[in-house]
Design a protein around this ligand. Sequence first.
Ligand code: ADP
Length: 483
Amino acid sequence: MGINVAVVYSDTDRFAAHVRLADEAYRLKGESSRETYLNQEAILRIAVQARVDAIHPGYGFLAENASFAEAVRSHGIVFIGPSTEIIRSMGSKTEARRLMAKAGLPLVPGSNGSLKVGTGAVGIAERIGYPVLVKASGGGGGKGMRIVKLPEELLDSMQRAASEAQSSFGDNRIYLEKYIEHPRHIELQILADEHGTVVCLGERECSIQRRHQKVIEETPSAFLTESMRQRMVESAVRAARDLGFTNAITMEFLVDRKRNFYFLEANTRLQVEHPVTEMVTGIDMIKEQVRIAQGEPLRFTQDEIIRRGHAIEARVYAEDPFEEFRPSSGRILRYRQPAGPGIRVDGGIAEGCEVSVFYDPLIAKVIAWGSDREEACLRLIGALGEFEIVGVRHNIPLLLAILGHPGFASGAIDTHFIQDHIRPDRLGAEKLLDETELEAAAVAAAGVYDAAMSRSVVGGGDPTGNTRQQRDKWIRRRLDTTT
Ligand code: ADP
C-alpha cells in the first residue's frame, strides 16, 4: 500500500520478524506485558514521536481496549478498528448480549446482565436449566468459565468465578448462560465501511478447542447447510448494520446439534484465524481494515464476494500436549517452516528467538488451502509433518493426531473433540493411535505422498524414481511424527 511501517518491540522480541521487516522499530523497555505491549503511555509516546498517522493494534494486548482506542484518537491518530463506543460495549459480554437481543439475534439462554452471588441467581439457574455456565462479563481467552451441574454447587462456583475474574480481568462481574452440550463454534466475519455498507466474508468453524481456546479453524464449515448459512449471515449483517459496526468485526455463535444458532460474543478486532477467510475469498483483511479506517468505501458488494475451495488453519503452540498443555519456553535452536502449493505460514519467530513465558505461546499458524476439504486437510498434514522446531516443546503431534482422526475427516466435530477423541496421555506413548486411527493416519500419509509425488503420472509409477520401499519408509517417517 506504500505505507511506511513503524513497530514496537519488547526486549524479548528484539529478533522477531516484525522488527526485521518494519521500516522503523522502537524498543519498549522490559519484558512483561505490563511493561511493554500493554504499556499505553509508552506506546502513545512512541507513536507521537514517530509521527504515525494510524495504529493497527493487531489481535492481542490492546486490540480490544476501548480506553486505548480513545487515547489514540484523542491524539489525532487513527485507530484501525470500530468506534470506541462499539469496542466498549462489545467488551462487556452482558452488554453485547443486551444489544444483540435488541437487534434480533438469538442468544444462548442466560441471565439478563450480570448477577450478584445470592439466592436470586439460584432461581435464574433453575429457569435456564442445569448444567449452567458461570462466565465473566469481561472475560476472554477462554478464561473465567465454570460449568455447574448441580444447584448446590452454584453459589460456591459463582463466588470463585467472581474472584478469578477480578484477579484476571480487574472486573468481578459474572453472569449465567445455559451450558450447551457438544456445540459447534461457528463465527461470521463482518466487514463494514463508514458509509453504511456491511458485508459478510463467510463463516469460520472453530470447534476444535482445548481449554475453550481454538486450535484448528476452517472455512467453510462442514456442518452448515446453504439455507442455514444464509439465515445466519442475514441476521448478523442486519444486526451489524443496526448497531453501527464498522471495520472488521467477528460475530461468534454456538450451534447445537439441532442446528439452532445462538449469539456468543462479538470481537471488535482482527481474529487470529483470519487467514482462512483470506485464502478462500482472496481478500486481504488488513488492507481492507486500513482502507476502511481511511474513510474509503468498500470496493465490493456482498454478491461480488466469491469463496473458492477450502482452507484450514492449525495453531502451532509452544506447549506440551502431554503435560496438560503447559506452555513451554526456551530458545528456538532449529526452525524450518514448511512451504508448498496452498501453504501459508504466519509466524514471527526465527532461529535464535526466544519463546518467553511472558506472552501467549503461539509459535506460528500454518494455513492450507485446497480445492476441497480433503485436499486442504492433506496439505496441512503434509506441511505440519515438514515443520521443524527444536528448542521448545510444541503441539504438532496433537495437531497431526486431530487431522488424521477419522472423526475429523468426516467433519463430525464439536468443541469437545479433543477431550473425547484424543488421548494426550497416549500422545507420548509408543502407540498413540488405535488400529483404525493408525490406518486412517497411514491412508492420510500415503495420500500426501501420492499427491506430492505421483499426481501427474497416469497408470502408476513414481516420477521421483522412488522404490516401493522408499515410499513406505517416507510414510513410516510421517507416522512416526504423528505417533
Ligand atoms: P472467550 O471470550 O473467553 O473466548 P467465549 O464466550 O467466546 O469466551 O467462549 C469460548 C468457548 O467456550 C466457546 O467457543 C465454547 O467452546 C465455550 N463456551 C462458551 N459459552 C458456552 C456455553 N454457553 N455453552 C457451551 N460452551 C460454551
